[in-house]
Design a protein around this ligand. Structure first.
Ligand SMILES: Cc1cc2nc3c(=O)[nH]c(=O)nc-3n(C[C@H](O)[C@H](O)[C@H](O)COP(=O)(O)OP(=O)(O)OC[C@H]3O[C@@H](n4cnc5c(N)ncnc54)[C@H](O)[C@@H]3O)c2cc1C
Length: 270
């Protein structure tokens, strides 16, 4: 009897799980390897960073997915792949042999070579990072609440988001929505109008790659939309980037996929 081929899937994000889903049930011996023991639903990380959701809601342990006859989970950080020997080496020196290898290890954040952002900005790509961001946001609100100096108070209430792609735009909306609902309820000493959120983008148009070109005009004209406010260019520590939009009003509906309408809603009346 021939032995089932050994398949290693490295990474249990959307790509890895999709591969697992496709291959499970076949005559294969599959091992899913990930450095953490849970699948992370990244699209809801904003809600964790803004305190709307608890981290565990978007983290599903791999073992809870129900390991079948032909697949199992292996916790470990991939360090090296030996293609000639068909082996994967983990950080703890474990060696996993394979017949077929699927790489689904995700991506690294692109800072577009901007060292200032690399060194100073918070990232929201993992659960821990989202929780750190949440903690910083709420610490800033606490600091502002206890700050008698108006200028300093303002600076605690100013949030700068780097990158006007889908992630930056959506986080901008999530933060605005959260603060607008949260302040009257939990921070009565702060007023929503004191909040300043600056979305910083290096290109000419928000949502690069979006099919609509209308977003490109926001930087210079405010899109002509009611209640929009375009801020003066601000650089802060961001060197080459120019602030293109200072948003004080928005209407944001939770949506995981419909980025296209988001900017327009962000600048339209509440
Ligand atoms: C904040 C945020 C919001 C997003 N919103 C949306 C959205 O609304 N819609 C949308 O379509 N996309 C969205 N995306 C993008 C989407 O989440 C990613 O495209 C998708 O998660 C990529 O899947 P992946 O499997 O390639 O990588 P990942 O989901 O990153 O999975 C990679 C896996 O590999 C593991 N891994 C990495 N390195 C190692 C190693 N050395 N050893 C072992 N394991 C390792 C990681 O732990 C992880 O589990 C968003 C992304 C972010 C960060």
């Amino acid at each position: 009897m021939t032995q089932a081929k050994r398949v290693l899937i490295l990474g249990g994000g959307f790509a890895g799980l999709s591969a697992l889903h496709t291959l499970s049930g076949q005559d294969l011996q599959i091992t899913l390897v990930d450095q953490r023991n849970y699948h992370l639903f990244q699209p809801l990380l904003y809600q964790v960073a803004t305190g709307e959701l608890l981290g565990e809601v978007i983290a599903t342990p791999f073992r809870r997915l129900g390991q079948g006859n032909n697949w199992r989970f292996h916790l470990g950080e991939v360090q090296r792949i030996d293609l000639s020997q068909r082996k994967v080496c983990l950080r703890n020196n474990e060696i996993l042999p394979y017949d077929y290898l699927l790489l689904a290890l995700g991506t690294a954040t692109n800072f577009f070579g901007n060292e200032s952002i690399t060194n100073n900005a918070l990232q929201i790509k993992g659960l821990e990072e989202a929780e750190i961001a949440r903690s910083k946001i709420f610490q800033a609100l606490e600091n502002a609440s206890n700050c008698p100096d108006p200028e300093q108070r303002k600076s605690w209430l100013r949030f700068v988001i780097a990158g006007g792609g889908a992630a930056g735009v959506e986080f901008c909306g999530a933060l605005l929505e959260t603060l607008r609902e949260l302040l009257p309820r939990e921070y009565p000493e702060l007023h929503f109008s004191e909040i300043e959120i600056i979305l910083v983008h290096g290109g000419e148009a928000l949502l690069p790659g979006s099919r609509s070109r209308q977003y490109g005009r926001i930087g210079t004209t405010g899109c002509g939309l009611p209640n929009s406010r375009v801020g003066k260019p601000r650089c802060h520590c961001l060197d080459t980037l120019v602030a293109i939009a200072s948003v004080s009003h928005h209407w944001y509906r939770k949506s995981l996929a419909h980025f296209a309408g988001l900017v327009q809603r962000l600048f339209s009346s509440q």
